[in-house]
Design a binder for this molecule. Structure first.
Ligand code: F0G
Length: 369
């Protein structure tokens, strides 16, 4: 059957609108290391929107176009689901009965959900006291076995790597190559939605798996002729936790963006190559700048992401004077704002009247009516 490109595009969108999105493995099967024998463990992840950011655009001016790739709209509220559908499906394919990961929170939530879906046991190691409440709540409810260690993420990762080497548990951190394969599909979606590659991709970096995965996706579509350029990869870290910017391990990383509180990124070498190959920039933003971007996103654009995600927009704002006129920029929002409710409650400028008498007079007085 012959379909024009525009009709094919129209039909594809209709399928998505009708709620029949098959999940990213089925959608991008030919681009992924899966076969007919792979059991597909999916919660219909992927297919997330590219949301315009008109107020940030107006602030920057000069004809610049800004989009937010809101991966917080995945089934467990973060981009991790893209990688986890692949990692867990491949683990299931080889008959694995248990998985393990270290996590600052989102990986543990995602691993727990997909493992439960696959009938597998999930062990998650997290840094005691540094995982946002929403993420912890998820891992608990999805039924993971949670091991909270008196140490940071880097120490947890060292332990799970060693454990997976010697015991029958599959590691599902981003060292697992299937994770990045799944995550690269976000770049495919960006190119499909824009009809081309953006000029810049702004993205937060922790372990630097996601920036590496995006770059892989952009390069693959470029080589296939689906885009005639690749973006500059603009990676940002919090200044208290910036090993990739300073070029050295950070022993005691610290930032309000607990998701990226990582001092020894395992994908360091890959990330350095991405920066070089894409003519990218790695830079820091302060916690203050992160919170500012977090508040702007919610109060000006109506998009509530977690603090680590706002790092991409904080970085964009920091580099606003270097944006070429009329550039098209995508900022990746990696996780949903509801992941970290205490950050929102502790960092807002809302008018919040409490203890009001339950009568119309008191209410309308406060409303200024
Ligand atoms: N944004 C969010 C919301 C994250 O949870 C993470 C990583 C990143 C960005 C950074 O991505 O590591 O690929 O550079 N979270 C991991 C976790 C470490 O355990 O959930 P990266």
């Amino acid at each position: 059957m012959f379909l024009s490109n525009s009709l094919r595009y129209h039909l594809r969108n209709r399928v998505i609108n009708l709620g029949c999105w098959p999940g990213l493995i089925k959608e991008y099967q030919s681009w992924l290391p899966v076969s007919d024998e792979t059991p597909i463990i999916t919660l219909k992840e992927g297919g997330t929107p590219l949301i315009p950011a008109p107020n940030i655009e107006e602030y920057i001016g000069r004809g610049v176009t800004i989009y937010l790739k809101f991966d917080g709209l995945n089934p467990t509220g973060s981009f991790k689901d893209r990688g986890m559908t692949m990692a867990i499906s491949k683990a299931k394919e080889i008959g694995s009965r248990a998985i393990i990961c270290a996590s600052t929170g989102n990986t543990s939530a995602s691993a727990a959900a997909y493992a439960c879906r696959a009938g597998m046991k999930a062990f998650v190691l997290i840094p005691d006291g540094y995982v946002a409440q929403g993420k912890l709540a998820q891992a608990l409810l999805y039924g993971a076995e949670i091991l909270s260690i008196q140490g940071n993420f880097d120490e947890a990762l060292r332990i799970v790597r060693k454990t997976a080497e010697s015991y029958p548990v599959t590691l599902v951190n981003s060292l697992n190559p299937y994770r990045l394969q799944g995550q690269k599909t976000a770049a495919f979606e960006v190119i499909e939605a824009l009809g081309k590659a953006p000029d810049w991709l702004c993205i937060p970096m922790g372990n630097a798996g996601n920036i590496s995965a995006y770059w892989m996706g952009f390069k693959e579509y470029y080589k296939a002729g689906y885009a005639n350029s690749t973006p500059r990869m603009m990676g940002f870290q919090s200044s208290g936790s910036a090993p990739l910017v300073i070029g050295a391990t950070v022993e005691n990383p610290n930032t309000i963006a607990t998701a990226i509180r990582i001092g020894r990124p395992v994908n360091r070498d890959k990330a350095i190559k991405v920066k070089k190959d894409s003519n990218g920039i790695f830079s820091t933003v302060t916690d203050k700048e992160i919170i500012k971007a977090y508040q702007i996103l919610a109060s000006r654009e109506g998009v509530f992401c977690e603090p680590a995600s706002a790092v991409s927009v904080a970085g964009l704002l920091k580099y606003r004077n270097e944006i070429p006129d009329c550039a098209v920029i995508v900022c990746v929002l990696t996780g949903h704002g509801l992941k970290d409710p205490s950050c929102a409650i502790g960092n807002n400028t809302a008018t919040f009247h409490t203890g009001i008498k339950p009568d119309i007079k008191s209410i309308t007085k406060l409303m200024g009516l």
